[in-house]
Design a protein around this ligand. Structure first.
Ligand code: PLP
Ligand code: CA
Length: 305
């Protein structure tokens, strides 16, 4: 399968590419910003798409913030954004539970973003915060499972610990209790030798202990796309997914039938693409984007209003 360097295209081919989609789904961290610093020309590029009449959505696996908090961050970094344009995993968890008319409590391993989104849809939750540093002589017989709990949700949690895994797995021992994970990103790019564990590492730990697999809300699971198709009638054939991570963003785009563009400002690097290109493994070819380019700003000169 061909993966095309956007910069190798002639101007009329780039114009054709830009005219081939009317919805843009953009990953956030690694494409638009790195932590709190925007990536040069990212805001101008997405805003130019919006001004051209394309619909732009911010599709992030980051579960730590509410949609309102993401809108604030977008505005701070000069992106045109509304609450409706944010598709974040904390929001998706709450939306999913509301859609299935979930009427029990959540045992939450996660951050305040999920807690606030659950509050918004009136779903009770327990477990948030730094509970449970235990000593070697801890008496496990005192642990009680709350009979009101109907789901375990695992997202990013800086207070992740042994007791939380124990409680989550104990709830999940009851097969009627749902198991939901926000996303499976293994690590965050640190740009150094330090490895920063992502939510996927926490999810794997609970999965291993509970001997169960979760339903995954974020990319590459197509749940976010279903929500967009149902609520905003997006047409997959005329949708572009822009991402920096092949095993979440690009795989998501390909599974959903979107066009895919990888930028090299985040996780997946060109050397990795070259390896996948020359590999005979179909699972490696699944990770190859239709197009790649150094940075999202490379498209800006070709967007004409
Ligand atoms: N999860 C957490 C907790 C994060 O902080 C981030 C990035 O900041 C991500 C996931 C990845 O987000 P994205 O899908 O926007 O790259
Ligand atoms: Ca990213």
């Amino acid at each position: 399968m061909a993966t095309i360097n956007l910069k190798s295209l002639k101007e009329d081919e780039i114009n054709e590419f830009i005219n081939s989609f009317d919805t843009v789904l953009s990953d956030c961290d690694g494409v638009l910003w790195n932590k709190n610093d925007s990536i040069p020309h990212a805001a101008d590029t997405l805003n130019a798409f919006t001004q051209l009449g394309k619909r732009v959505f911010f599709v992030t696996n980051n579960s730590t913030k509410t949609r309102d908090e993401f809108v604030k961050k977008c505005h701070m970094l000069n992106f045109i954004a509304t609450k409706d344009s944010i598709v974040s995993t904390a929001y998706l968890v709450a939306q999913y539970l509301q859609d299935i008319k979930f009427n029990k409590k959540v045992y939450l391993i996660g951050s305040s973003g999920i807690a606030q989104e659950l509050d918004r849809v009136g779903i009770g939750h327990i477990g948030l915060g730094p509970e449970g540093i235990i000593s070697e002589d801890f008496d496990f017989s005192h642990i009680k499972c709350d009979p009101e709990v109907g789901a375990v949700v695992v997202g990013f949690d800086l207070h992740f610990n042994y007791l939380k895994v124990l409680k989550a797995a104990s709830y999940l021992n009851n097969k009627d209790i749902m198991f939901i994970a926000t996303n499976t990103d293994e690590q965050f790019p640190a740009g150094t030798n330090i490895i920063i564990p992502g939510t996927g590492s926490l999810v794997k730990c609970v999965e291993t202990c509970a001997e169960r697999q979760p339903i995954i809300m974020g990319k590459p699971s197509p749940y976010a796309a279903k929500m967009l198709e149902n609520n905003y009638q997006i047409n997959p054939k005329r949708t572009l997914m822009i991402g920096d991570r092949a095993n979440t963003d690009i795989l998501f785009g390909k599974r959903c039938g979107f066009k895919t563009l990888l930028v090299l400002t985040g996780c997946t690097q060109l050397t990795q693409l070259e390896k996948w290109k020359s590999s005979g493994e179909p699972k490696d070819h699944e990770l190859l984007p239709d197009f790649y380019t150094n940075t999202i700003g490379d498209i800006l000169p070709y967007i004409k209003n």
